[in-house]
Ligand binder design. Structure first.
Ligand code: GCU
Length: 604
């Protein structure tokens, strides 16, 4: 008779314990456990990991994380999974794109890989996961280390005290189940991918760790704020091109200095970046920083003091082949198409995109709207939901607030105007400002159709009113759009954060009517003809650059895709509406150049 281990006894008990996951939903990995990682060398843990889907959470119930490696014929318990052998998937990836049998899988999945470690006295090891959709529980050598909520923001976990010399086993339990206490909640118009879909890196660090460095132009001066773990002497800041070599005094690990320098200003036409280095003890980080100001004055958006019009387009993170995984090639293609469209702006909808997007936008001279997925129906009265949303916002801001390209933090999309929502969103708007007073806040609001006005109580708490309107598509009476325009007198800028129509560019697409390319083109023509007359509209990010995958679109012209792209899902086939918008943006760009020239006055 086989000896029963205490793990096996547990496996029997766990069959009747529906509270099995409470010990692992701690949310202990969050904005406060992030470290600054730019400019740091790290060990990539990308590549093939052992993988298993786990629909009923058998792994947490049976404690698969506590199973130790063993030859199958030596095992004394009939485990339902052996983490050390079996199928593998590449990291980063979305499991839906790896095998047909996982296309609609929603639940937990286990990732396991070995990590070799040579112990070095006085050094610390921190693991960083670029993103895991949706929540992630981290185990090392059978020990539960921590848990992160949030499907699109990075998180860090210190492994120092659990790593052992030689071989270690790292396990991640990732769960993409939609729930009622998070953002987004259960209903989204984008595909519910799952998995570790951004890079995993292990950092070997000194005792003193630089947790954060925030460098920005604030009220006309360059300010630098740093936070350092375990420091007892000043940090040192260097910006060689500006002749800056200065100590940053620390009090309780925090330092904040203002520099008397006048850097060249960053703008889409002049995307100037400076190398910035910070050392503290033996730790050292660096970043490439652009200095610029963005603010609003009445209904104007001012970049470095000059009024601008945001010629934008919305984008999802989505790809026919890779799902939500972003590659350098995919990003460069996205930005190249946006520039071809005549854009100086992109709305990265509806969640934080890969951090490389903002880094590349810094280099290429594109402005960005970044957003947390407070999307459609949310349980605004639930404190757990607010905790999740606030943490994701803080993680996004901490990750990208050194990026000059990011000019807008958006705290939501198309939420109903209720008291609970107003209280929830007011908190997020204030949080965004407290984390970063140098950027504008917004949200994609809805038109008040009953009163045919741009009217949302949230508008008083954000700098820019994002407006999603689909006259010509969901709203059929186009004349109302003009009426809304005339009825409204917003006291701050409006950006049309979404408008558009589906166009099926495949051979199955209709010649005319809804879902035809001709009708999509007509909607763009009519939208532009109306919107161009509204003086308080200071930007647009029509929906959307590319067709994208979504479960809820199963019409004969959709076939699992939202076809509002100006370019088809092949990220190559441009639709006629692309050229309509491009022509409008070319006209606007020419007008702006003339205005800029007249501001400068005649050449000397
Ligand atoms: C909504 C929503 C988008 C959605 C789009 C559509 O406004 O914000 O996420 O994809 O409309 O219906 O296509």
């Amino acid at each position: 008779m086989l000896e029963r281990s205490e793990l096996a006894d547990n496996a029997l008990q766990a069959l009747h314990d529906e509270d099995y996951d409470r010990p692992f939903n701690t949310q202990t990995l969050n904005a406060d456990t992030l470290i600054f990682t730019r400019g740091r060398p790290g060990q990539s843990l990308d590549g093939d990991w052992n993988f298993c889907v786990d629909l009923l959470d058998t792994g947490l119930r049976q404690k698969w994380f506590a199973v130790t490696p063993e030859e199958p014929e030596e095992r004394i318990e009939p485990w339902d999974y052996d983490p050390y052998m079996g199928e593998t998937v590449p990291v980063p990836s979305c499991w839906q794109m790896q095998k047909e049998k996982w296309y609609f899988f929603e639940g937990s999945a286990w990732y396991t890989r070995p990590v070799d470690h040579t112990s070095k006295p006085g050094r610390r090891q921190v693991l960083r996961i670029g993103a895991a959709q949706y929540d992630c529980k981290v185990f090392l050598n059978g020990t539960f280390i921590g848990n992160h909520y949030g499907g699109s923001t990075p998180f860090c976990v210190e492994l120092t005290d659990t790593l052992q010399a030689g071989q270690n086993w790292l396990m991640l339990c990732v769960n993409n189940t939609r729930t009622l206490d998070r953002v987004p909640m259960r209903n989204t118009d984008w595909f519910n991918y799952g998995g570790v879909y951004r890079e995993v890196t292990l950092f070997d660090l000194p005792q003193t760790i630089i947790r954060d460095m925030f460098v920005r132009l604030e009220e006309g001066h360059v300010r630098v704020s740093v936070r350092v773990d375990g420091a007892d002497q000043a940090a040192h800041l260097s910006i060689p091109e500006l002749g800056v070599e200065t100590p940053v005094p620390l009090t309780g690990g925090a330092g904040d200095i203002t520099l008397d320098i006048s850097p060249e200003l960053w703008s889409p036409d002049h995307p100037k970046l400076y190398d910035v280095h910070l050392t503290a003890g033996e730790d050292r980080v660096s970043d490439r920083i652009g200095f610029r100001s963005i603010r609003r004055e009445g209904t104007e958006i001012l970049l470095n003091g000059d009024p601008i019009f945001l010629r934008g387009i919305s984008v999802h993170e989505d790809d026919e082949e890779t799902g939500k995984v972003t590659s350098e090639e995919d990003l460069r293609r996205r930005f190249s198409h946006a520039k071809e469209l005549g854009c100086n702006f992109l709305r990265l909808a509806h969640y934080p995109h890969h951090e490389r997007a903002a880094e590349l936008a810094d280099e290429l001279g594109l402005m960005l709207w970044e957003e947390v997925p407070v999307y459609w129906a949310i349980d605004f009265a639930n404190p757990d939901t607010l905790r999740d949303a606030a943490n994701q916002l803080r993680e996004l801001v901490r990750r990208d607030r050194n990026r000059a390209s990011v000019i807008i933090w958006s705290i939501g999309n198309e939420n109903p105007d209720t008291d609970a929502r107003l209280e929830f969103m007011r908190h997020l708007a204030e949080l965004a400002k407290s984390e970063d007073p140098t950027r504008l806040t917004s949200a994609a609001c809805l038109v008040n159709h009953a009163r045919l006005k741009i009217e949302d109580r949230l508008a008083a708490h954000i700098d820019i009113i994002g407006l999603n309107e689909y006259y010509g598509w969901y709203e059929e009476n186009f004349e109302e759009l003009g009426e809304i325009g005339r009825n409204s007198a917003p006291d701050r800028p409006v950006v049309i954060s979404e408008t558009g129509a589906d166009g099926d560019s495949s051979a199955k697409g209709p010649e005319r009517g809804l879902f035809s390319l001709a009708y999509q083109e007509e909607v763009y023509q009519k939208q532009i003809a109306t919107l161009r007359e509204l003086s308080y509209v200071k930007g647009m990010s029509p929906w959307i650059l590319y067709d994208f995958r979504v479960e809820r679109r199963q019409g004969i012209f959709q076939r699992g895709w939202n076809r509002k792209g100006l370019i088809a899902a092949d990220k190559d086939t441009k639709k006629p509406a692309f050229h309509v918008l491009a022509a409008y943006y070319a006209e606007r760009a020419a007008q702006e150049e003339q205005r800029a020239a007249s501001r400068k006055g005649p050449p000397a």
